[in-house]
Ligand binder design. Sequence first.
Ligand code: HSE
Length: 311
Amino acid sequence: MRKSVKVFAPATVANVVCGFDVLGFAVNEPGDEVIMRLTDKPGVSLLKITGDEGRLPLNPDKNTVSAIAKQYLEHIGRPDAGIEIELHKKMPIGSGLGSSSASTVAGLFAINTLFDNQLTNRELVPFAMKGEELACGYGHADNVAPALLGGFVLIRSYSPLDIISLPFPQDLHAAIVYPEVDVPTKDARQMIRSKVYLKDAVTQWGNVAGLVSGLFMNDYDLIGRSMTDILVEPTRSILIPDFEILRALAMESGAIGFGISGSGPSVFALTKDAETANRITQKLQHHLKNIAINSLAFVSEVNKKGPVILD
Ligand code: HSE
């Protein structure tokens, strides 16, 4: 039995434009790392957090990694176990890239590894959703499910939970740009309408079905023309500097489709290759620099593995 483990869990692009709370995919970078050790002293302690600029709670009941590790231990009947945790944030907080999800998933995968993989990654999803509830007030699964399972994921239903791993074109790449303005998911959720018109719902579910069909059919054009969101993007894009200009730059540089990653402010484009994705991130970062906004960029294939043991 292992006494310690170091785990990486990936960032994720949730919603994928039209699929608010029901679609997401994992990327190879960025992501978070958790080191977890078994100790003789009962209880879960959070020893340190790095890379968060002091923004995350060190209280083990408030931090998602330790709070959810506790719930896992209770579930497997080992509430007496002793655990020490280090969380190393390797990605920006409040970026729309599933930051809390990457931490929680790394922690859950670590503790499950230390306790002989008693649960499958799929069975860990409801625990990770509780982490999202703690972090942003609502237990959505479109970050944590792809972070745990890798790949492209559809949350067909929340009650009961029904998670479908989707196929995707193997050459599909994501170009992600994070403009360094803070948009907490909690706030970005509160600003959207809770009621929609039936005609708008028709447009939206047509696009969701179109996107899923495009993934099955390796049809890039269908994927692209389905990446339209008339329900959430019009409101949330207000928080993203020059959103429409960024979209135009991405599309004229060869993007298949473009939109907000999760609750933003990160934006992403899907492309058919890494070269186009790199060209897009350069163009977008250049524009953001011109309007005095710092940014980070990531180019990645769709991550197929989910969390991995580093050590
Ligand atoms: N589906 C969630 C939202 C993802 O859009 O609020 C948050 O990253």
